[in-house]
Design a protein around this ligand. Structure first.
Ligand SMILES: [Ca+2]
Ligand SMILES: [Ca+2]
Length: 399
């Protein structure tokens, strides 16, 4: 068709879904409210001479994948296996609780305010109001928590009242060193980039975090990573939270992931995505313990022991005897220990009489026990009987 295009009509399954009257005649189709399956999209361009149409058929899939994730109850290492069961997930991503609430980020004076919002995942958001709040930056958190070098995806959870085209909402970027080092372009966010009016949607910014230095060297200087939102003041905008995930990797039945090196319990969010990107988030609790059980007091054939993190595994308790002051040792002998696995209070181990158990005369005993995470502790040897104290006889002096 020749001549200047004056408008383009877009039809979804035969129904008018949008009209664009200015170049470049781009229209962003939100498929979120369509049922999964095939749909036709027809574009009709008009000019003074008439019209011309083009039509495509597209499959929509707005359903999250199904899947389940499990981790060992306890691990002695921060790198551990995640078992993933899913028929339709294509990729997997992890977030070691890398979540920053919008309402907890910094914002320039007058650029926004904290609001209660039932649509926000935690009930609170940072909001900029059109014509009331000034355009300006929402910034921070200056985090140094992300391991490097590694690739990530920053996910902004945003909402605006009206999914209109040609309404500039915000500009997003990822920076550190107070904005002097950039990890993404400045991404212009149009109101039509969100899938629905007045509902939260996610906007993703992938980035490569190649080098942390020279940032994060001085704990008194906040120069770590920022996930910035420049609010443009044209239309109301809500920021619920920013979540950082690892870059997508192919789903396998077992995927190894390194969690934060912190003993005890921590949440890890696992995001499965299907082939077109629909996400399913599952948060599992990972427990780390790399400290072996601690030996307390010992006397004769008894020894007390404690593990405060994962707790003791009583079935692992054993002892060994030595008849030559610790030069050589008997085989380990399993002990019968009362107590439930995971006990985090002191437990007393009692060795049997070495003559009864092994037919040997022994002078020393030592113990071994594991915690539930599998860390093994072996006690120092100690004498089975204290050397007899010599009675001291004092002369009785009569006067
Ligand atoms: Ca929030
Ligand atoms: Ca332990």
């Amino acid at each position: 068709m020749t001549g200047t295009v004056s408008s383009v009509d877009f039809y979804v399954d035969g129904q008018v879904a949008g009209t664009v009257t200015s170049a470049p005649y781009a229209w962003r189709w939100s498929t979120v409210d369509l049922p999964d399956g095939p749909h036709t999209l027809r574009a009709v361009a008009h000019n003074a001479l008439g019209s011309a149409a083009t039509e495509v058929t597209l499959q929509t899939d707005n359903s999250a994948p199904t899947g389940a994730v499990s981790v060992p109850a306890w691990s002695a290492q921060a790198q551990l296996p995640f078992e993933i069961t899913s028929a339709d997930a294509a990729t997997v991503q992890f977030s070691n609780a890398w979540v920053w609430e919008g309402e907890a980020l910094y914002y320039g004076p007058g650029t926004g305010r904290l609001v209660v919002d039932a649509d926000a995942l935690n009930g609170h958001a940072l909001m900029g109001r059109a014509a009331m709040d000034a355009a300006g930056a929402w910034f921070g958190p200056f985090t140094c928590a992300l391991p490097w070098p590694a690739s990530y995806e920053t996910v902004y959870r945003l909402k605006t009242p009206l999914r209109a085209t040609d309404v500039a909402l915000a500009e997003l970027d990822v920076v550190d060193a107070h904005g002097t080092r950039r990890y993404t372009d400045l991404v212009a966010l149009d109101a039509s980039a969100l899938a629905r009016s007045n509902a939260y949607d996610e906007v993703s910014l992938p980035f490569d975090y190649d080098l942390q230095p020279p940032t994060c060297a001085d704990p008194d200087i906040s120069d770590g990573l920022e996930f910035r939102t420049v609010y443009l003041g044209q239309q109301d905008l809500y920021l619920d939270r920013v979540t950082v995930y690892s870059a997508p990797q192919p789903v396998q039945s077992v995927v190894t992931w390194t969690v934060s090196a912190v003993e005890g319990a921590q949440p890890v969010t696992v995001r499965l995505r299907d082939a077109v990107g629909n996400p399913l988030d599952t948060t599992v609790t990972v427990h780390l313990d790399w400290t072996p059980p601690r030996w307390l007091d010992a006397a004769g054939r008894t020894q007390r022991v404690l593990d405060v993190t994962s707790g003791l595994d009583p079935t692992s308790a054993c002892c060994a005897f030595s008849a030559d002051d610790g030069g050589t040792w008997s085989d380990w002998l399993a002990l019968d220990v009362d107590g439930t696995p995971g006990a985090t209070l002191p437990v007393q181990l009692v060795a049997p009489d070495p003559m009864t158990a092994l037919g040997m005369t022994a002078g020393h005993v030592r113990f071994s026990v594991s915690d539930v995470a599998g860390n093994v502790a072996t006690s120092p040897p100690h004498a089975l009987a204290e050397a007899p104290t010599r009675d001291i006889l004092l002369p009785l002096i009569l006067r």
